[in-house]
Design a protein around this ligand. Sequence first.
Ligand code: 5GP
Length: 114
Amino acid sequence: MSDTLFSKIIRREIPADIVYEDEDVLAFRDINPQAPQHVLFIPRKPVATLNDLGEDDALLIGRLVLAATAYAKAQGFAENGYRCVINCNGDGGQSVYHLHLHLLGGRRLAWPPG
Ligand code: 5GP
């Protein structure tokens, strides 16, 4: 996988508002938030898209989701609700090719998405 903006955030080469990290996962606020709470959860492992996950990554993707839900609970908006989104490739609207889960909350979100 080629180097991305998010790899540079992992290596602390560019700044980000990091809100959570553990040995597998890093989370930071989206630079262009679409909701009062908009945090990106990324694996430290460089995986480009959902299509690149293998059987060996089952635990990793689970950790990503659990980190996001734990964050929503800790910040107090889990009960009201939130949305987790992983965009994949062009039709999915992916713009950064390092897998990331968007956690969006803090307001009522519309459905269906555009
Ligand atoms: P995607 O469109 O790939 O699903 O989402 C990429 C997200 O990364 C977008 O919501 C965009 O605002 C965010 N983003 C792009 N560049 C940066 C950056 O340099 N720092 C942070 N914190 N977020 C970024």
